[in-house]
Design a protein around this ligand. Structure first.
Ligand SMILES: NC(=O)c1ccc[n+]([C@@H]2O[C@H](COP(=O)([O-])OP(=O)(O)OC[C@H]3O[C@@H](n4cnc5c(N)ncnc54)[C@H](OP(=O)(O)O)[C@@H]3O)[C@@H](O)[C@H]2O)c1
Length: 338
């Protein structure tokens, strides 16, 4: 049986990770919950028992087999190599190691075989990238994806517990007619607003979040020639990211042909019936593990172009679910009891 440590247990992703370990009956012998000194005194309920949140220290990884880590990248950069050195395999939700050529970047519906290439750290991709590649992979296999134009509508929980708090407190103040609390997590007020900036700007005019979608998509799909043209936008939604996607393929593509390959795709559900006003909605996708697609249309001018709308819960498939699926792939390589 495996010994598991959940690092960042007090955070938005960590909390979902804990619930998923219960839901999926992840086989483990011992578990510990780690976070910063700020969480000293807090407890976690797991499988009917109460556990203290312990401080993250190098010694905390002794005898741990699997680390599920959801901390800021700077913290992961310091502690994930220590955990790997101590003999654990780290599944890391942060951006710290995603583009490291020695670290696999895995979405189990797309490149599960890359798990076996790890040297102690496996990176979980960015939330917007995960849901997009789950939808793109079946299209890539059937029609070869050449170019993707994507605009995201990303929920505030993508910025963690502080993002959720900022939307809720600003909304309450606005409704009560009180002055809005100043933004701290986001660059501008997010209540009743949209912000076309996620993460910092780079010299090329794109944001870091946008360039994550470009670079991570190519690495996960194993195809450096795929062009991704992203615009990432924060919207006042609590859970689930939405994406408007135009995909251009080498082979001609039609909505019927796309629906056909998607009907057999793992982890993906098509919700698409205009007569019934049926399409994916972030509120309905919240707390679900699947990626939902709908609003499937042919490009008006191009037989190689398809438009669709893609929604998934960023804390589940965009983070915790994907990380636990990676850990489950690890167990297949090195079964329980081995
Ligand atoms: N939110 C998403 O949708 C999402 C999706 C994909 C990837 N990610 C990535 O996952 C990571 C966590 O995101 P989140 O949304 O869960 O953020 P969050 O709600 O802010 O949680 C951050 C966690 O990291 C811990 N932490 C912070 N500084 C620490 C330190 N110095 N030592 C030990 N622990 C420390 C915090 O502990 P304290 O409470 O004790 O400070 C907390 O448990 C980030 O790298 C993020 O980019 C997030």
């Amino acid at each position: 049986m495996k010994s598991v440590a959940v690092v960042g247990a007090s955070g938005a992703v960590g909390a979902v990770m804990i619930r998923l370990l219960e839901e999926r009956q992840f086989p483990l012998s011992t578990i510990k919950f780690l976070a910063s000194g700020r969480s000293a005194g807090k407890t976690v309920q797991f499988r009917g028992e109460s556990y203290p949140i312990e401080p993250l220290t190098p010694e905390a990884f002794a005898d741990v087999d699997i680390v599920l880590s959801s901390t800021p990248a700077s913290v992961s950069r310091e502690f994930s190599p220590i955990a790997a050195q101590a003999g654990a395999v780290v599944v890391d939700n942060s951006s710290a190691f995603r583009m490291d050529p020695h670290v696999p970047l895995v979405v189990p519906e797309v490149n599960p075989h890359d798990v076996a290439k790890h040297h102690g750290i496996i990176a979980n991709p960015n939330c917007s990238t995960i849901q997009m590649v789950v939808a793109l992979k079946p299209l890539h296999d059937a029609f070869r994806v050449r170019r993707v134009v994507v605009s995201t509508y990303q929920s505030v929980s993508g910025a963690g517990e502080k993002g959720l708090y900022e939307l809720q407190t600003q909304t309450a103040a606005q409704v009560a007619g009180e002055p809005l609390p100043s933004p701290s997590k986001f660059a501008h007020p997010i209540a009743f607003n949209c912000i076309p900036q996620i993460d910092d700007f780079l010299p090329n005019g794109y944001t870091k979040e946008e360039m994550k979608m470009v670079n991570e998509t190519r690495k996960i799909m194993g195809d450096e020639t795929i062009d991704v043209c992203p615009t990432c936008i924060r919207v006042p939604v609590l859970y689930s990211h939405s994406e408007s996607i135009l995909v251009e393929t080498e082979e001609p593509i039609t909505p019927a042909a796309a629906r056909d390959v998607w009907s057999r795709a793992p982890g993906l559900i098509v919700l698409d019936d205009p007569d019934l006003k049926l399409y994916p909605l972030p509120a309905a996708a919240a707390h679900r593990d699947e990626v939902f697609v709908g609003r499937i249309r042919q490009d008006l001018k191009r037989p190689n172009g398809l438009l669709f709308w893609c929604v998934s819960d960023n804390l589940r498939k965009g983070a915790a679910t994907n990380a636990i699926q990676i850990a489950e792939e690890l167990l297949k390589l090195n079964p329980v009891g081995a």
